[in-house]
Ligand binder design. Structure first.
Ligand SMILES: NC(=O)c1ccc[n+]([C@@H]2O[C@H](COP(=O)([O-])OP(=O)(O)OC[C@H]3O[C@@H](n4cnc5c(N)ncnc54)[C@H](OP(=O)(O)O)[C@@H]3O)[C@@H](O)[C@H]2O)c1
Length: 165
C-alpha cells in the first residue's frame, strides 16, 4: 500500500487559518477529488469538521477520522484513535494507495514518523497569514515525479508529485 499525503501549501508553508483553508482554489479541489476518488482518506478530527456538512463524509471515498476521543462518531465515516490504526485499517481494506488529507497535526505526525512514500503538493506562489503549517521537509530526500500548473485566474499554483528516494 502506497502511503501518500495530499496538501496545498503557501510560500510560507501555511495550510490553514481559523480551521479553514487559506484560499478558494476550484482547480485544486478538482485535482484533490480526482486523485483521491475511490481511495481511503485519513483526516484529523479538526480537518474533518472543517469540511462543510453537506460535503462530508467525502463522497466515494472511505473517510477515516483520527481522534483521541474514544466515543467520537460520524455518520458514514470510520473512526480510529491513532494514525497507525488508521493506516492499518486502510491496509485491511486492501487499499492500494491511502491518502492523508490533513490537517496540520496529522501531516506533522505522518512526516515525523517517516511513514510517507509519496506527496502530492500544490505549491501556491504567495504568502498567507496562517495559523496552521505544513512541517519543513528536506526536499533532497524526494524525487519530483511530475509537475503541472493549475489553471486558475487569481492564483499561480503548481502541483508537484514527490516520491521518496
Ligand atoms: N491546505 C491544505 O491542503 C489543508 C488540508 C487539510 C487541512 N487544512 C487545514 O488544517 C487545519 C486543521 O489542522 P489542525 O492541525 O488544526 O487539526 P487536524 O490535524 O485536522 O486535527 C487535529 C485533531 O486530530 C486528532 N489527533 C491528532 N493527533 C492524533 C493522534 N496522534 N492520535 C489520535 N488523534 C489525534 C485530535 O482530535 P481530538 O481533539 O478529537 O482528539 C486533534 O485535535 C484547518 O485550518 C484546515 O483548513 C489544510
Amino acid at each position: 500500500m502506497i502511503r501518500s499525503i495530499i496538501v496545498a501549501i503557501s510560500e510560507n508553508n501555511g495550510i490553514g487559518k481559523d480551521n479553514d483553508l487559506l484560499w478558494y482554489l476550484p482547480s485544486d479541489m478538482k485535482f484533490f477529488r480526482k486523485t483521491t476518488l475511490g481511495h481511503c482518506v485519513i483526516t484529523g478530527r479538526k480537518n474533518y469538521e472543517s469540511i462543510p456538512e453537506k460535503y462530508r463524509p467525502l463522497a466515494k471515498r472511505t473517510n477515516i477520522i483520527v481522534t483521541r476521543n474514544a466515543n467520537y462518531k460520524a455518520d458514514g465515516a470510520v473512526v480510529k484513535n491513532s494514525l497507525e490504526e488508521a493506516l492499518e485499517f486502510a491496509k485491511s481494506e486492501n487499499e492500494s494507495e491511502v491518502f492523508i488529507i490533513g490537517g496540520g497535526q496529522i501531516y506533522k505526525e505522518a512526516m515525523g514518523k517517516n511513514v510517507i512514500d509519496k506527496m502530492y503538493i500544490t505549491h501556491v506562489a504567495k504568502n498567507y497569514d496562517a495559523d496552521t503549517f505544513f512541517p519543513e521537509i528536506e526536499l533532497s530526500n524526494w524525487n519530483i515525479e511530475g509537475r503541472f500548473a493549475l489553471e486558475s485566474e487569481s492564483f499561480t499554483a503548481e502541483v508537484r508529485v514527490y516520491e521518496k528516494k
